[in-house]
Design a protein around this ligand. Structure first.
Ligand code: ZN
Length: 400
């Protein structure tokens, strides 16, 4: 409620500012949708072909606020308004029963909106209702982007409680507008998300932990630029704000892009459009990164998993980090930290098959499922180095 009134006040100050208030500037939303579409596995090439639509409709959800009053609370969550916000129930009706709808509505419903949007996307995919599906896919990118904006996940959303008034717009719209060209995006693999609500809540919780560093960056930038907080902030203010928050911003936009691609993929799988087991080869990612389907499959109780560790120079380090092979601290050039583990349907790790350094090459690992119940399991390989991480997940079936 306070948030809505503030939005009206801002509108009175400047129409331009209000048009983009309470959401990443449209540039950040476009960045997330555009880059997520670029990193889809071949199974989702149909969605990747909609990159232009997904990019151009990245802020439709914001536009709907003016005509649909139910839209506003979908874009944020004032986490601290809940006594035990780290354990907010996945079932929104439980929360409503405890706090009442008018409170829940005013605190914001962003994590649950992400779940309902994934659900909508799933059924639209399965019905082949493409125009609705592409709109939902674009909207999902918007809501994921909002969840990754720290100031969308706190009761102190505009720094109004700490003397940082106006930081919301300065950070997400004005600063991003000036520095968007400094942001880069590296290819990442998609993953199947077992627990969409768990992901959405953990994103919001992480965002919440980033709030104070943005507020402190605002304090530092004000001091550095000599700006007293009234009128338009000078360029030197934004340069100092970017110096303190640019890295964080780069990371959250990268993670938002990765999660969005993974949620699109999850909806696609849940709609029955593809098997998790299909090769998730990514455009822009070296084909030498490869986790093979286990054999035999289904199996009882032993199966073999083949995988390949990519060679020197074939992994793209994150911007600003070194290629591990050039890192003199790396004792064995070309080795990667490789983890291969098995998870049950609830995402619980049930076995670790491998967790060690490996040089480039082809390998196999054996999995003995003695003692485990029949059913579906996932196995996931993760390769990490100095500043990068790649992963692939496949599904297998244990039949007793
Ligand atoms: Zn928004």
């Amino acid at each position: 409620m306070a948030r809505r009134e503030y939005g009206v006040l801002l509108l009175a100050i400047t129409v331009l500012a209000a048009a983009e208030a309470w959401s990443w500037g449209s540039l950040a939303h476009r960045f997330i949708n555009q880059n997520a579409a670029q990193h889809l596995p071949s199974a989702l090439s149909q969605l990747a072909a909609q990159q232009t639509f997904l990019t151009n409709h990245a802020t439709d959800a914001d536009s709907r606020k003016s005509s649909d009053p139910s839209e506003e609370p979908k874009h944020y969550i004032d986490l601290e308004s809940y006594a035990d916000f780290r354990h907010l129930p996945a079932d929104m009706s439980v929360v409503i029963a405890q706090y009442g709808w008018s409170s829940v509505e005013s605190y914001g419903i962003l994590p649950w909106t992400i779940v309902t949007t994934v659900d909508s996307l799933t059924v639209q995919f399965s019905r082949a209702d493409w125009s609705k599906a592409y709109q939902s896919a674009a909207d999902l990118g918007h809501y994921i982007g909002d969840a990754y904006q720290p100031l969308h996940c706190t009761v102190n959303y505009d720094g109004q409680l700490t003397g940082n008034g106006g930081i919301h717009w300065r950070y997400e719209t004005s600063m991003i507008g000036q520095y968007i060209s400094s942001l880069s995006d590296h290819p990442d693999s998609v993953r199947y998300v077992n627990d969409v609500y768990g992901l959405a809540l953990s994103v919001a919780l992480h965002s919440n932990t980033c709030v104070d560093s943005i507020l402190q960056a605002d304090n530092v930038a004000r001091t550095a630029s000599g700006w007293n907080g009234s009128g338009i902030a000078p360029q030197s203010y934004y340069a100092a704000l970017w110096a303190r928050t640019g890295r964080l911003t780069q990371e959250v936009l990268q993670d938002a892009t990765h999660d969005l691609a993974s949620l699109w993929y999850t909806a696609w799988v849940n709609a029955g459009m593809t098997e998790v087991a299909e090769t998730q080869e990514l455009s822009g990612t070296p084909s030498s990164f490869c986790l093979q389907q286990n054999y035999p499959n289904p199996f009882n109780p032993v199966t073999t998993i083949g995988y390949r560790v990519p060679g020197v120079g074939s992994l793209n380090p994150r911007p600003g980090t070194q290629n591990p092979d050039l890192d003199t601290r790396n004792p064995q050039p070309g080795t990667r930290s490789v983890k291969l583990a098995v998870y049950d349907l609830l995402g619980r790790e049930v076995a670790v098959l491998l967790n060690e350094l490996r040089g480039p090459g082809n390998y196999t690992a054996q999995f003995d499922a003695s003692g485990l119940a029949s059913g579906t399991y996932f196995y996931r390989m993760q390769i990490t180095g100095d500043g990068y991480s790649l992963s692939e997940t496949k599904r297998m079936m244990l039949v007793r």
